[in-house]
Unconditional design. Sequence first.
Length: 721
Amino acid sequence: MSMNDTTYIRRFFSLYSQEEKDKVRGLAFYPTDYLRALLPADVAFVDVVRSPHAGATFDKIDSSEALQIPGVLKVITAKDIPQNLSFAKRSKQGQLILADGKVRYRGEPCALVVAESREALSAAMKKIQVNWKPEAERGAEVIAKAAHQIGKPPSGQLAEVKLPFSFPSLHTRYLEAEGGWVQFDNGEMTFHAGSLFSESQRTWLSQILEIPLSKIKAQESPLGGYFGGRQQRELLAFLALSSHMTKRSTCLSFNSKEQDVGSYGYKGELSLSYDPASKRLKSLTGQVMIDAGSYEGNAQMVLQRMIEHAATIYDFEHVNLEGQVICTPTHPRRAHRGEGLSAITWVTEQLVEQAAKAVEMNPLEFRSLNCNQHAENAFQVLQEVEKLEKPFRLVPVDRNRPVWDEKSIQGRGIAFQYAIPGAHKEFDLSEVSVELTNSGSFKIRTSNVTLDLHMKQALAEVASMVLHTHPKAFTVEGKMREQIDKPARRETYPELYYLAQATWHASKDLAGKLKTAGTKIFGSDSVRLQDGAIVDANSNKKMGYRELAFTDHDHDLQSAFVLKDIERPHGCSAGAVTRVAFHPLTGELRVESVRVVLDAGPVFYKKGLEIQLDTAISWALAALFSSEFDSDQPIPTTLDGPDDVSLATLPYKLEGADERPPEFFGSRGVTDVLMSVVLASLVNAIYDAKNLPVQEIPMLLDFMYPKKRQQTVLNFPLKRF
């Protein structure tokens, strides 16, 4: 399988999302349903003119005939855009919103057509003439290099294990096509789209259109999308451009081939050396190549990050990893969740597994022996995994027993990863306000609209801890920032540890105001907060928050806090143990259990981490078992995962957190390490059962089944209802 081959993954279902369950049962609307039936009466329709060539130049887009068609409002090209910015600011040759004289892949957007009706739009699309000058097909081009070196090559008699690997581009197959519309009203645009709409995207659009940030708004609604938090920047940019330039509400939907960019593709070879006598790991070397497609994007950053993470958890004397970023005339790729770490961790952990087997040492003990002692939390994860999962004995296949009494071939795989938190850097300012309402409940508003369910619950629990009441007394909503207009924002996602810190400080300030109000009401300096009420310790009088909201009108019962600076976030580490079983005759694989120990800092809402774990399991199953037979092969989801899934988090003491904030809230890289360790532990379990390392993801069918047996469809043991 080449680097350009695409593997499709059907997006898994979040366990807590009733919307997704309703959709697969045909009970809910999709965005395309709204686009067809419930759009505003004056909405205009948009379509995209795309390149038919994988490489070409053009000097003219003739729209004269299209504009003569009744109902056609506008044909937008690169020269019409106030600032035709690239999708990745880090890239020296980033993809522009609309191509300007040159295209690098088949399907690259070069113009937008806006019309009052679908019929006029369809007719206009046929009249657009582009003066294409196709170029000769170009091969792969190395555009960036990276390296990571530590120490000097060790001396002495060392053993070595090598492993070539291939991890192709993974495209996500969603339940629905991407779609949405923007409502234009007095110069303001309100977006209704399935894509997540973050503050950085809002800022990006304001720069493209050269309009105030306050003119761009987003409406949170359960219209769809949200399968994995995709951020379809093309859709948002095209809607913004068409609406702003026609002064009309517009709508747009993509088909399945247009909506996704896929992840980077990886291939290379890693080599690990160890001392058989001392059973110590000595060095990790190798090369990695990233296929970024037609545009670099942030591939160089992903490459540097992945080679730096490859050896973080183990105490290697020498590390020498090199990497290249190549461009190919294919669809551009961008980072998915867990990008880079997953692609290198499964290889590194297999090499460690082989070394442990060669020195005849328990894999868990071997890892503990070689764990980097500076990674204290990672070492603690190793100890907790040992408590969680006891070793078990494999059941050998006895060829003298009858077929009906044959036992399955079992395997047990272990993997570990540690995510470096990274240096202090500029981040998107996090603003949080907490208000006591007249009903006695609290409302938390944040400066970023991209809040999922478990993040909202986590913020509610942070505030409830400080204000001494129940988390259910809080509602959390993302509110687009109106006051702070900082053009140079860089963070795309509202990281939990930023918002949690701002929530703690805002809640702490509000707690002081509540005590001040209580002091005035009771005439006492011994007022404290307790069980959803203000309490006078001297007289033992108390007043509930609801009564306080109605009684006291002289005090401001609302507080806000803007987090302008933060300490370096806590790094995340995780360990996973997976058990699998192969049927001895058919080769059918069943994942029996996945158990994970996670260091995520003081997490206030564990359910969110459990959802992350289920997501990681689904992703690992899909990556391993999908193949070129995408049309007739069942692709696993969380419903196909193991029944036995458990998550244990390292304990953190939170006493006194109402007087001072914890050292950190949550950890950076939770998603990355979960994706990495689940995939790597599953691969190692397969290696343990079959005694064959997995060199290619997805696994080829002849790896899973006897070669003599004809197999066209992977019979993964589905459990759907």
